[in-house]
Write a protein that binds this ligand. Structure first.
Ligand code: GLP
Length: 253
């Protein structure tokens, strides 16, 4: 496990974008696993600054709410369109998001899992982590080998995501999420974490027991993990992660 610690979110964005840019330069049709939430936004902003030709890059979103109307601004399909596809100049035909509006979301989840495999799998999966240790929308209690499926959102997650809605009542109760087993099949995991409020959960994920109680702990099972954290989020890391935290004075170019 490789850990980069940089001063702030702009730094984590720059370091993570540098890692992605290197992958894309070596594989112009790379498959990116893209995350929503606030942590990856500086990554997408910094990657756009690399001015790479990303028209052949393919992308799979980690998750999607179930039941939002098509075009809802907070559907992950719309969030990914704005923050990833349009910002990076991806070909919309090469960007996939789980069909949260499908009549049968369970079948849509199965089809999505199969589509990722059929696409050759994900080269680099970008991840954030929720305050309760969730990754994608795998809530505590998710089986470590779970596949893409319909998941019930924890109230703590709905409260955290309510900031994007008029009220918590408007936050869907269910989602389609790539499973932990699905995520672990990516060839590289790239987790971006910012803020003191994530220090405890990041330390639990990297230092604690590998357990469904903290879904982020599955990172310890993967052979190629890069964590990029700002100093506030890295406060409780102490090197037990099997890798001395690399303190990068300035973001990689
Ligand atoms: C949501 C997303 C996750 C994301 C998490 C944390 O639950 N489904 O993919 O990691 O929020 O978001 P943030 O990076 O804003 O803390």
């Amino acid at each position: 496990m490789e850990i980069f610690v940089v001063p702030d979110a702009a730094g984590t964005g720059a370091v993570a974008a540098g890692i992605l840019a290197a992958v894309i330069r070596s594989k112009p049709d790379a498959v990116l696993g893209v995350a929503t939430g606030s942590s990856p936004i500086p990554v997408y902003e910094a990657l756009a600054e690399h001015r790479l030709d990303l028209s052949r890059v393919r992308a799979f979103a980690l998750d999607e709410y179930v039941g939002l109307p098509a075009g809802h601004p907070q559907s992950y399909a719309e969030v990914v369109r704005r923050e990833v596809t349009e910002r990076l100049g991806l070909d919309p035909a090469l960007v996939s998001v789980p069909a949260g509006g499908a009549d049968d979301p369970h079948r849509a989840a199965d089809l999505y899992d199969a589509a990722i495999r059929a696409g050759g799998g994900v080269d680099v999966q970008i991840l954030g982590i929720g305050h309760n240790g969730h990754i994608a929308f795998n809530e505590p209690g998710s089986e470590l080998d779970s596949r893409t499926r319909v998941e019930v959102l924890a109230e703590r997650t709905r409260q955290a995501n309510a900031r994007y809605f008029r009220s918590v009542g408007d936050v869907p109760t269910k989602c389609i999420t790539q499973g932990l087993g699905t995520i672990l099949e990516a060839r590289q995991l790239l987790m971006v974490v910012n803020g003191a409020d994530k220090a405890e959960v990041l330390a639990a994920a990297l230092n604690g027991p590998v357990s469904p109680g903290c879904p982020g702990s599955v990172l310890q099972l993967h052979p190629h993990v890069t964590v990029v954290a700002d100093e506030a989020a890295a406060m409780q890391l102490d090197g037990r992660e099997g890798q001395v935290a690399v303190r990068v004075a300035a973001p990689c170019a």
